[in-house]
Design a protein. Sequence first.
Length: 253
Amino acid sequence: LDMIRRLRSDFAARKLELWFQPQVDLLTDKVVGMEGLLRWPDGNGGYISPAVFVPLAEYSGLIVDIGEWVLEESCRRLQQLRELGHGHLRVAVNISIPQFRDRFFVDKVKNALTEADCDPSLLELEITESVVMDEPQIVIDALRVLKDYGVKIAIDDFGTGFSSMSYLQQLPLDRLKVDRSFVKDIQPGSAAVLAETIVTLGNKLGLLTIAEGVETREQAIYMIKLGCDEAQGFFFAKPIPFDQLVELLKNTR
Ligand code: G
Ligand code: G
Ligand code: MN
Ligand code: NA
């Protein structure tokens, strides 16, 4: 509870940071987008993991305001990237269930885009299976409105939740993110049956696919062979502050 208090005051003091992990097209090897990931400085030069504080922010309801800031910050970064000549890049933002329960959620997404004069198709919302299963109708309704507005939708950590295939078909999805636990199975001499099955499922549903947690060249090559479109992971780049992302883009043009 003390931690929630510190999170609230640090958020109010604008101390949270939004870092970005590049997403790469597996065929061209070019950066095509990035995922925004929260970072909370611990005051000693380190960071508290979002795996620790995002659940607290969800439990306390703080995630509604933090998530709104993440959307605004992401759109402002898209605007900056456009000014730097990277107007084709997209940004993916993780959305939690309390944000969907907020009746102003759809308006907040639209406002963030409008304020920064962003093309809605450059914003992608990442939803985990558990978010869908928690509140199927609320999530499906909100996503349909946003999809009509032009926003893209990705299903995150795919294969780790208990998703019903029927919900999968009711969601207006664009992209399926293959969870890193399945990519991890790709080791010399061993087949990665689940990674293959998930990419095949994505392709058959007409969705784009992205592999998460790609840490080795072998894993990247294997995912290309499976017909996966894009990848994200330490092999390509770690999550980095925005300024470092801009430097990375300069060096890879
Ligand atoms: O960056 P890292 O791997 O440590 O992130 C850990 C977890 O925190 C991931 O599950 C990620 O989805 C979640 N997370 C990071 N940033 C955000 C955010 O802006 N909003 C939400 N809801 N979750 C986030
Ligand atoms: O749950 P979600 O997929 O949104 O979280 C992304 C998390 O995965 C971030 O915390 C990020 O730091 C982490 N991540 C990104 N690339 C890799 C990787 O190659 N290996 C591992 N182990 N974690 C990664
Ligand atoms: Mn994610
Ligand atoms: Na994920």
